[in-house]
Write a new protein. Structure first.
Length: 408
C-alpha cells in the first residue's frame, strides 16, 4: 500500500462530504449541543416546572366536602390545594377535568375523634406527571395530618411520640463522587456517543460507496492508478474521521458545554432543581484520564463502525438504497442502549466485553462512573480492533467483486 495514495483518497472523500453543509451541522454542532441540552436543559426545565407547580394553587375534586375535617383542610390548603365538590371522582380524573380527587367517607371526623380508623380514597393518573405531582401534595398533607392525630393519641395515652421510632436509621451514600455526579441517567452519555459515531460516519460512507456508483465516478477511480486496498482504506479513514469527530464533539459538548450551561443556569435552579441536575447526570465531572479513555474507546468504536458501514453500503446501488441498509443499525443499537439503564440489576461475565459496540457502551458507562476496570478495558479494545479488522477485510473483499461494484 502507498500511504500517499490512501491519504489522497481520504482527502477526496472528506472534501466531498464537507461540500454538504449538513455534514458540518450533524458532525459538529448537533453533537456538541445535544448532550448539554438534554442533561442540563431538561433539569432546568423540570426544576422550573416542579417549582412552579409547587407554588401554584391546584384544584382537586372532593366527594362530600362536608365530611372534610377542618384540620385536614388546613393541611391541604397549606399544600396550595383548592377544592371543588363532585359526585363521581373517578370520571372527573379519567376525563382530565381534574388531575386528582379525594373521596371522604361519612363519619370520617367522628371515627378519628373516637380513636377509630377512617378511610380517604385518592384518585390520580399514574404515569401522568402533573397528576402525580398534585397527588403527592395530597399525600403530604394527609401524612402531616395523620402524624398530628397519632401524636395527640399518644399524648392522651401518656406516651411519647418517640415510642413509634425506636430505631433511628442513618443512611450513608457509599457511591464515589463520579458515580454520584453521573446521575441515574448517566447511561445517556455512551448512548449519544455511539449514536453520533454512527450518524457522523454514515453520510461519508454512503457518499463514498453508493454515492460514487450513482454519480458514475466509481469507474474513474477504478481505472486510475489506485489499488483496490488503497481505495478502501482511504474511504474507511474518511468515514472513521467523521464518526470520531462526532463522538469527540459529543464528549466535548458534555464536558465543556455542560459546565458552561450549568454555571449559566445555576442561579435559576433551587434545591429541587439541583437534585434533578444530579439525578440526570448534569453535574458530571471526569478527570483527564477518564476523558482520554473515552477518546480511545471512541476512536476504536469509530473504526469498527466505519468498517461496518463501508462493508454494508458497498452493496447498495444508489444513495437512497444505502440509507435503507444503514437505517436498521440505529434500531439495533437502541436495544443494548435501553438495556444499559438496567445494567445495575445484572452481573455480567467478562465475556460480555467481547460483544462489539455493546462492550464499548458498558465500558464508557463504567468510565463515566469513575471506574476503570483493566480486564474489561483490554477485552473491549481488543474486541473492537478485531471486529474492525474483520469488517474492513469484508469491505475489501467486496470491493474486489465486480458483481458488487457494478450492481444494476
Amino acid at each position: 500500500m502507498r500511504p500517499e495514495m490512501i491519504l489522497h483518497i481520504t482527502r477526496k472523500e472528506i472534501l466531498s462530504t464537507l461540500r454538504d453543509r449538513r455534514a458540518i451541522i450533524s458532525n459538529l454542532l448537533i453533537p456538541f449541543l445535544i448532550l448539554p441540552l438534554v442533561m442540563l436543559g431538561l433539569p432546568v426545565f423540570l426544576g422550573g416546572l416542579f417549582e412552579r407547580e409547587s407554588q401554584t394553587i391546584s384544584e382537586i375534586a372532593v366527594v362530600s366536602l362536608v365530611n372534610l375535617p377542618a384540620d385536614l383542610r388546613q393541611q391541604l390548603e397549606a399544600q396550595n390545594l383548592a377544592f371543588s365538590e363532585v359526585t363521581d371522582p373517578f370520571s372527573v380524573v379519567e376525563s382530565g377535568d381534574y388531575q386528582a380527587a379525594i373521596a371522604i367517607e361519612a363519619g370520617f371526623a367522628e371515627a378519628l375523634e373516637s380513636g377509630g380508623k377512617a378511610t380517604l380514597t385518592l384518585y390520580s393518573k399514574r404515569g401522568n406527571l402533573r397528576s402525580e405531582l398534585i397527588a403527592s401534595k395530597v399525600e403530604n398533607a394527609v401524612r402531616d395530618y395523620q402524624q398530628t392525630i397519632v401524636a395527640e393519641r399518644l399524648k392522651a395515652a401518656g406516651l411519647d411520640v418517640a415510642v413509634l421510632t425506636p430505631i433511628e436509621l442513618s443512611a450513608v451514600d457509599a457511591s464515589s463522587a463520579a458515580e454520584r455526579a453521573s446521575g441515574s441517567f448517566g447511561w445517556l452519555i455512551p448512548f449519544f456517543i455511539v449514536i453520533w459515531t454512527l450518524a457522523g460516519g454514515q453520510m461519508t460512507a454512503i457518499d463514498a460507496t453508493a454515492g460514487e456508483k450513482e454519480r458514475g465516478t466509481l469507474e474513474v477511480l477504478l481505472v486510475s492508478p489506485v489499488r483496490r486496498i488503497e481505495a478502501v482504506m482511504g474511504k474507511f479513514l474518511a468515514t472513521m474521521l467523521f464518526g470520531l469527530t462526532a463522538a469527540l464533539m459529543a464528549i466535548l459538548g458534555y464536558v465543556l458545554g455542560g459546565t458552561v450551561m450549568r454555571r449559566f443556569f445555576g442561579a435559576q435552579l433551587g434545591d429541587e432543581g439541583s437534585e434533578i441536575v444530579t439525578l440526570l447526570g448534569g453535574s458530571l465531572s471526569i478527570d483527564l484520564i477518564s476523558i482520554l479513555l473515552l477518546i480511545i474507546s471512541s476512536l476504536l468504536l469509530a473504526a469498527l463502525i466505519a468498517a461496518l458501514l463501508i462493508g454494508i453500503t458497498m452493496f447498495a446501488r444508489s444513495f437512497r438504497e444505502a440509507q435503507t441498509y444503514v437505517a436498521p443499525l440505529s434500531f439495533i443499537l437502541i436495544i443494548p442502549i435501553v438495556g444499559l439503564q438496567f445494567a445495575d440489576f445484572f452481573s455480567f461475565s467478562s465475556l460480555i466485553y467481547l460483544i462489539p459496540i455493546l462492550n464499548t457502551m458498558l465500558l464508557m458507562d463504567e468510565i463515566v462512573k469513575g471506574s476503570i476496570p483493566l480486564v474489561p478495558l483490554l477485552l473491549t479494545w481488543g474486541s473492537s480492533l478485531g471486529f474492525a479488522a474483520i469488517f474492513l477485510d469484508f469491505a475489501y473483499r467486496s470491493f474486489k467483486r465486480e458483481d458488487v461494484l457494478f450492481r444494476t
